[in-house]
Design a protein around this ligand. Sequence first.
Ligand SMILES: NC(=O)c1ccc[n+]([C@@H]2O[C@H](COP(=O)([O-])OP(=O)(O)OC[C@H]3O[C@@H](n4cnc5c(N)ncnc54)[C@H](O)[C@@H]3O)[C@@H](O)[C@H]2O)c1
Length: 249
Amino acid sequence: MGELDGLVAVITGGGSGIGAAAAQAFVAAGARVGILDVHPGEYAAPASLPLTADITDGASVEAAMRTAAETFGGIDILVNNAGISSVGTVEDNDDAEWLRVLDVNVVGFVRATRAALPYLRRSAHAAIVNTSSIAAGAGLPKRALYSASKGAVHSLTLALAADLVGEGIRVNCVAPGTADTPWVARLLARTEDPAGEKARLEARQPMGRLVSADEVAAAMLYLASPRNGATTGISLAVDGGMHGLRLPR
Ligand SMILES: NC(=O)c1ccc[n+]([C@@H]2O[C@H](COP(=O)([O-])OP(=O)(O)OC[C@H]3O[C@@H](n4cnc5c(N)ncnc54)[C@H](O)[C@@H]3O)[C@@H](O)[C@H]2O)c1
């Protein structure tokens, strides 16, 4: 028996990186999974359903949730994971860039949650897992906008958990450290010294290496699973010890 047997999950940003690893982990645990992404990819597994949608477009998100629910007979788990990066100080990014990133990283989570809630309410094992970041709880240089967006995800997770606990819907988030995904590969490729920059990112984490997408997916599976039915309103760090440890230099 898989721990998600009989359950249906929709994973935003499931076409790449952490979301794709979560889709694989959830299918392996017995779930059927809707992969909601602007580029959901080609999934051959009968348990996965590509759902082309943009979380900045409420109508496309609602249509994707409806398709997932009609195809699989409901939705039990929502993983709000699709997000975009932003580099810079408050002086580097203009208002348009702030609104663009917050529209995906914060309001996009709200749109997907709103669209999934009517289905989650009909589930006996409803759970929402949001992807926050180490940036929500630690000050990182040149990440003002991105950090503000992930701090909002953390606070939104707590508020949603409070609003929904009475309805039996659990809401938690994961807070990954720098994870080895195409996202980070793109960031590194834009630097003058990608190998040196990667070594600096690895050294920043007490374990001396990047987090893997599979490790974040395992934490998402833990938070989504009915086996952990008493866990709500938490942020689970998957960050190589970066947030909590202070090592001598
Ligand atoms: N990689 C890291 O170091 C790291 C660390 C902490 C948190 N995170 C968070 O993890 C999440 C996933 O990151 P990743 O590293 O797997 O990135 P990724 O770029 O590999 O994957 C992100 C996916 O989201 C999709 N997406 C982006 N905008 C979308 C939109 N408007 N609508 C629908 N889909 C959209 C992309 O198409 C892509 O498939 C993000 O929320 C990110 O902030 C990443």
